[in-house]
Design a protein. Structure first.
Length: 230
């Protein structure tokens, strides 16, 4: 039996609100699950149940207070909960991709270069990276007239499609998706659903949050429902 791509056990996280007199806000408590390669596991639950916090813990943005967060890279397992920052950065480059509903990029950089940059970080040549970026932007219906413009000038939906293109053009074996379809119309939601299906077929492990019930039903192999930790 193959080992999971992601495995969490006993994970807990509490935020301390220093500007609120040190008040403590429980985010997640005793979380445990695994994600296999080639499947999409969806986190579901009310606002405040810790869905996005879990993704950020796996990606290394947050340190958990307790528990183990195992991420597999080939034959090597890394416990992200205790890994050094340099190791976490290496995992982001080679193994774990992250797509949020917010686009954060350098100003004045063209959309095509933003997307191609994700492929370049994994060793693709400039020519290959730009070709892959162009193909992904076409798949996501980003008009070619926009490719050489900075996304700060785009609509919210156009920015999100650039964001998704950047996340999916890289060839990460693990993908974390935090509401990637939130700003998209029906046609582009369908495009993203198809791309997720292709990633799964290629053996990618996907952990996602999808508030759209139709999208969730179409992409999820399993669903875990979370409750508020407080």
């Amino acid at each position: 039996m193959s080992k999971p791509a992601i495995a969490l056990s006993g994970v807990a996280k509490t935020f301390t609100m220093h500007l609120q007199g040190g008040a403590r806000l429980p985010a997640v408590a005793d979380i445990g699950f695994h994600v296999d390669f080639g499947e999409c596991l969806v986190l579901h639950g009310p606002s405040g149940s810790g869905k996005s916090t879990i993704l950020k813990i796996i990606y290394g943005n947050y340190r958990c207070d307790a528990g183990r967060v195992s991420v597999r890279e080939g034959a090597v397992e890394t416990d992200v909960a205790i890994a050094a920052p340099r190791r976490i950065l290496a995992l982001r480059r080679t193994t774990v991709g992250y797509v949020s509903q917010f686009l954060r990029v350098m100003p004045r950089v063209a959309a095509l270069d933003i997307v191609a940059g994700a492929a370049r970080e994994q060793g693709a040549s400039a020519e290959e990276a730009r070709a892959r970026a162009a193909a992904m932007l076409r798949r996501l219906a980003v008009p070619e007239r926009l490719w050489r413009l900075p996304p700060a000038t785009f609509s919210g939906g156009e920015q999100q499609r650039v964001n998704i293109a950047r996340g999916l053009v890289a060839r990460h074996p693990i993908l974390l998706l935090d509401e990637p379809t939130a700003s998209l119309d029906a046609a582009n939601r369908a495009n993203v659903v198809a791309l997720i299906g292709e990633k799964k077929a290629a053996g990618v492990a996907i952990l996602g949050i999808f508030h759209d019930e139709d999208v969730r039903a179409r992409v999820a192999d399993r669903i875990i429902t979370l409750r508020n930790a407080a």
